[in-house]
Design a protein around this ligand. Structure first.
Ligand SMILES: Cc1ncc(C[n+]2csc(CCOP(=O)(O)OP(=O)(O)O)c2C)c(N)n1
Ligand SMILES: [Mg+2]
Length: 331
């Protein structure tokens, strides 16, 4: 039996929401109803879900060019993400950011940053602020394996280690940075070893097993809340889709894809739930119906929402008031 404190059913719902959200986005994109490219998170849902299950809306989250799953798991509303993808004024960035910049500071998610590795120093900065100003708030920085070859990540890890910052670096190692496999980018594929070299405790976890992610993230969160320092979590996973919507995936073999398909985290959790009598086919189908209804509502909301007006272009882009007073929700 799983530990009854582990919110497996809630996590199943979150993972399914992310999966169905992205499948819907993919269809909408192919129909030309979503105007710009998408970096889908299909296959990696257990990572965002297992980590974010420990976070409150006061905790800071920094994401990447592949942010939909992080945003949904952190509590950004499906309506506001969908409207953002449609470029609508009701989107979480008023339609000015699009897929690669979703976020909502009201639930602790800074708009995602598509420059690989550039979010790490910001997460360290938020962790520094959290340590100085609050008792137990922390920052989480999601990054891909590709980010570990960016200098900014190394500077951020070093300062975080030195100052015992309450930040968790979650490296989603999906074996590729766009079309580049790990062995073309790293002589040593011991990614966690890089964090260890800076003096940051590092844990490697099966990123397709949400219980394993939940447990490892829980320990990292406890360390951060107790002000014991940073943690690096390498979640080994795989995207069951192309890098972006224009990727034919010719750099991966069908055999490799099939092997990972059989480790899809969602059917895996469904089997676990049924095996432990925590769910039945009927109760899982009911969750599916709920999720689909939420997504229907999100798409309708996005469709019906107005486009931004040209006269709004510079709103929310520059702050012209006094420095330091422009971001009340980030206190
Ligand atoms: C600094 C920088 N260099 C290059 C790019 C172009 N780019 C976008 S995503 C990506 C691959 C990132 O791979 P990884 O960090 O492993 O994340 P994944 O796409 O696998 O989730 C690249 C090279 C970028 N956005 N930023
Ligand atoms: Mg990658």
């Amino acid at each position: 039996m799983p530990d009854s404190d582990v919110p497996l059913l809630d996590m199943y719902r979150t993972m399914l929401t992310i999966r169905r959200f992205e499948e819907r986005c993919n269809h909408l994109y192919l129909q030309g109803r979503i105007p710009s490219t998408l970096h889908l998170y299909i296959g990696q849902e257990a990572v965002a879900t297992g980590v974010c299950a420990h976070l409150g809306s006061d905790d800071y989250l920094y994401s990447t060019h592949r942010p939909h799953g992080h945003a949904l798991a952190k509590g950004v509303s499906p309506r506001s993400i969908m409207a953002e993808l449609f470029g609508k004024r009701t989107g979480c960035c008023q339609g000015k950011g699009g897929s690669m910049h979703v976020g909502d500071v009201n639930v602790g998610m800074f708009p995602a940053i598509a420059i690989v590795g550039a979010n790490a120093p910001l997460a360290a900065g938020s962790a520094l602020a959290a340590k100085r100003l609050t008792e137990d708030r922390l920052a989480v920085c999601f990054m891909g394996d590709g980010a570990l070859n960016e200098g900014a990540v190394h500077e951020a890890m070093n300062m975080s280690a030195l100052w015992d910052l309450p930040v968790i670096f979650v490296c989603e190692n999906n074996l590729y940075a766009a079309s580049t496999p790990l062995d073309r980018a790293f002589r040593s594929q011991d990614l966690a070893g890089r964090a260890l070299a800076y003096g940051i405790p590092a844990v490697v976890v099966d990123g397709n097993d949400v219980e394993a992610v939940y447990q490892a993230a829980g320990e990292a969160v406890t360390r951060a809340r107790r002000r014991e320092g940073s943690t690096f979590l390498e979640a080994q996973t795989y995207r069951l889709c192309g890098h972006s919507r224009s990727d034919p995936r010719t750099y991966r073999s069908p055999e490799e894809e099939e092997a990972w398909q059989s480790r899809d985290p969602i059917p895996r959790l469904a089997a676990r739930l049924k095996q432990s009598d925590l769910a039945s086919d009927k109760s899982l189908a009911a969750i599916e119906q709920d999720v689909l209804a939420i997504l229907d509502d999100a798409v309708a909301f996005a469709e019906e929402s107005p486009l931004p007006e040209p006269t709004d272009t510079l709103d929310h882009v520059y702050w012209s008031g006094p420095a330091g007073q422009n971001n009340e929700v980030w206190r």
